[in-house]
Write a protein that binds this ligand. Structure first.
Ligand code: FNR
Length: 344
């Protein structure tokens, strides 16, 4: 892969500045945004020697779905801002890379159209103020072949971004904003419900019959509560530094969430994962897989489906390379011993 910074620079050149800022930015002072990548970089690796790494296998299985690597595509909104083929291109590129797409509730193309271009995919759920609307979306996603739901738990309200004052500055046609919400009488009904609770996990499971993962978990007590209410997996995330600014980095939160689940469900993590080294660090802290937000958007902006595929392929290849240099030919070789103890 192009180093992440070079890819981001290319995307910045390609995109209108309001769009680049919407994608790249975080909430508040952007301190959590910066903390995410810094926290991965702080973790030093302890490579093993003389381990025959002539063949390295990055493949894995997640909730029954075989994948080329433990690298997934995080849900991000409004891909038509990045490329005219929008989520259709993201879905194609992801499928060709042997990865899995988590499709945002706020996609700019219809669920059914994205599904027909996609390989395995999960549907990210924002519980909207209009719960009937939420249920209808979930039923459409289920009928279209989503294999799981991802309930985003960290967005009772949308975090305030410093670089953008709301979506109104974005060149986003109304039909893209409401791609999945035709017939909606008022935009306000498609705002997030601030009264979403753990009870919604079971409700979503009943409405869909699908496993429900919860995204945005940063604490052991919340992790336990999610499991108690039937979550099939957890995603440690601070929304890429776009919700509560000052929230801890995901690399800092991951160990307590992993410990709380005691191996009962898969734990995924996102936020600032930019290299094979970061993937290895996440796995060493106990994650089963990672998700990429902005790198996929930059791939989409610079090369459409092919760009998305390149980002995923090259991160998978970089992960294989790093595993080889660390003396870890199989993902099952990765354990906590790969990390050096943190110096104060
Ligand atoms: C997001 N994210 C997000 N999450 C979600 O659950 N639903 C959504 O619609 C969106 N939309 C969205 C838009 C944009 C522009 C960004 C950057 C992020 C959060 C996303 O799923 C993920 O948690 C972070 O992007 C991961 O961090 P990195 O890889 O971007 O650092």
């Amino acid at each position: 892969m192009l180093p992440y910074e070079a890819l981001e620079t290319l995307a910045r050149e390609r995109l209108p500045s309001a769009v680049f800022d919407y994608y790249a930015g975080g909430s508040g002072d952007e301190s959590t945004l910066a903390a995410n990548s810094a926290a991965w970089a702080r973790l030093r690796l302890r490579p093993r020697v003389l381990r025959d790494v002539s063949s390295v296998d990055t493949s894995t299985t997640l909730l029954g779905t075989p994948l080329s690597s433990p690298i997934l595509v995080a849900p991000t909104a409004f891909h038509s801002l990045a490329h005219p083929d929008a989520e259709l291109a993201t879905a194609r590129g992801t499928r060709e890379a042997g990865s899995l797409l988590v499709l945002s509730s706020r996609s700019s193309r219809r669920i059914e159209d994205v599904a027909s271009a996609a390989g395995p995919w999960w549907f990210q759920v924002y519980v909207f103020r209009d719960r009937g609307l939420t249920r209808a979306l979930v039923q459409r996603a289920t009928a279209a072949g989503a294999r799981a739901l991802v309930l985003t738990g960290d967005t009772p309200y949308v975090g305030h971004k410093r670089r953008n004052r709301g979506d109104s500055t974005l060149p986003l046609p109304e039909q893209d904003f409401l791609a999945n919400l035709e017939g909606l009488t008022h935009r306000a009904l498609a705002e997030q419900a601030p009264d979403v609770t753990f009870q919604d996990i079971a409700r979503l499971r009943e409405d869909s019959g699908l496993p429900v993962l919860v995204k945005g978990v940063l604490r052991a007590d919340d992790a336990r509560e999610c499991l108690h209410h039937g979550a099939a997996g957890l995603i440690v995330s601070n929304h890429g530094g776009r919700q509560l600014d000052g929230a801890l980095a995901t690399a800092e939160a991951l160990p307590e969430v992993v410990e709380a689940t005691q191996g009962r469900v898969p734990v995924l993590v996102d936020g600032g994962v930019r290299s094979g080294r970061d993937v290895l660090r996440a796995l060493a802290l106990g994650a089963h897989a990672v998700l990429l937000g902005r790198p996929v958007l930059w791939g989409l902006a610079t090369g459409g489906a092919q760009g998305v595929r390149q980002v995923l392929d090259s991160l998978r290849e970089d992960t294989a390379h790093v595993l080889a240099l660390a003396g870890l030919p199989r993902l099952s070789d990765v354990g906590a011993d790969v990390l050096a103890p943190l110096k104060p």
